[in-house]
Design a protein around this ligand. Structure first.
Ligand SMILES: N[C@@H](CCC(=O)N[C@@H](CS)C(=O)NCC(=O)O)C(=O)O
Length: 219
C-alpha cells in the first residue's frame, strides 16, 4: 500500500522523510499540512500537531520524522538508510538526532524562519537572532561535524540517514540565504556539494526555491 506523507515540503523534517522515500524509490503520496495552521482533525495523526506524519491505509499512523524514517527502513528494506551493524546504526541515529535537535534551532527556527517565514507572515526578521545563529551558535556544531567527516559521507562511502538529516537542515539554512564557509569547514562544504548534487535532492531544492519565490510573489 502507498504511504501518505502529511506535511509541508519546506519543513526540514518533512524533507528528511522525502529524502528517505526517494532514496528507496518508494512511491508515496503527499498531503499538504501547513505547520502552525493544522486542521483540527490532524490531532488524530499527531497530538502535538507537528509535521510530518505518515499514514499507510487505515492501520498505520506515525508521527515524528525520526520515528517515521526508522520505520520506513524496516518496512521498506530495499536501499537501507541505516547501517547494518548495531554500533554504526546507533551512530547514524545520534547524528540524525544531532541534526534534528542541535542544528534545527539555528538553521531552521532562526535563519530560515527569520529570513523567509517571518517576512511572509508580515513580521520583521529578528536580525540579532540570525547573527547569533551564524556567528555564535552554529560554528561549534560545524566544527564537530567537520571532524566527523572522515569519508565521503558521515558513516562511510554512501549516504545514510544522518547525511539526509544534516543535509536537510543545511538546505533550510541555504533557503534562508546562509551557506557553509568552505574555507573554515572544507570537508562539510564539499560534502554538502556532493549531497545537493544527488539528482533527487537537486530536483527537490529547485522545487522548493520555486515555491518560496511563488509565496514571496503573493505578498
Ligand atoms: N521532532 C519533530 C519536529 C517536527 C517539527 O518541529 N515540525 C515543525 C515544522 S518544521 C512543526 O510542525 N511545528 C509546529 C508546531 O510546533 O506547532 C520531527 O522530527 O518530526
Amino acid at each position: 500500500m502507498t504511504p501518505t506523507l502529511h506535511g509541508a515540503p519546506l519543513s526540514p523534517f518533512v524533507r528528511k522523510v522525502r529524502f528517505v522515500l526517494e532514496h528507496k524509490q518508494q512511491p508515496y503520496e503527499s498531503k499538504m499540512v501547513v505547520p502552525y495552521a493544522t486542521p483540527e482533525e490532524y490531532k488524530a495523526l499527531n497530538p502535538l500537531r507537528r509535521v510530518p506524519a505518515l499514514t499507510i491505509g487505515d492501520d498505520i499512523t506515525l508521527a515524528d520524522s525520526a520515528v517515521i524514517c526508522h520505520f520506513l527502513d524496516d518496512y521498506f528494506p530495499e536501499a537501507p538508510t541505516l547501517p547494518d551493524t548495531p554500533y554504526l546504526s546507533a551512530r547514524c541515529k545520534w547524528l540524525e538526532k544531532y541534526a534534528d535537535y542541535e542544528l534545527a534551532p539555528h538553521t531552521t527556527f532562526s535563519i530560515f524562519f527569520q529570513n523567509i517565514v517571518a517576512p511572509l507572515s508580515g513580521k520583521t526578521p529578528d536580525h540579532e537572532r540570525i547573527k547569533a545563529a551564524i556567528n555564535e551558535k552554529l560554528p561549534p556544531h560545524f566544527d564537530y561535524l567537520e571532524g566527523e567527516l572522515k569519508n565521503a559521507f558521515f558513516l562511510g562511502d554512501k549516504p545514510c540517514l544522518a547525511d539526509f538529516a544534516i543535509c536537510s537542515q543545511l538546505i533550510s539554512m541555504a533557503h534562508g540565504g546562509e551557506y557553509i564557509d568552505a574555507e573554515r569547514w572544507p570537508n562539510l562544504a564539499d560534502w554538502y556539494t556532493r549531497m545537493t548534487a544527488m539528482p533527487f535532492i537537486a530536483a527537490m531544492i529547485d522545487q522548493e526555491k520555486a515555491a518560496i519565490t511563488k509565496l514571496q510573489g503573493q505578498q
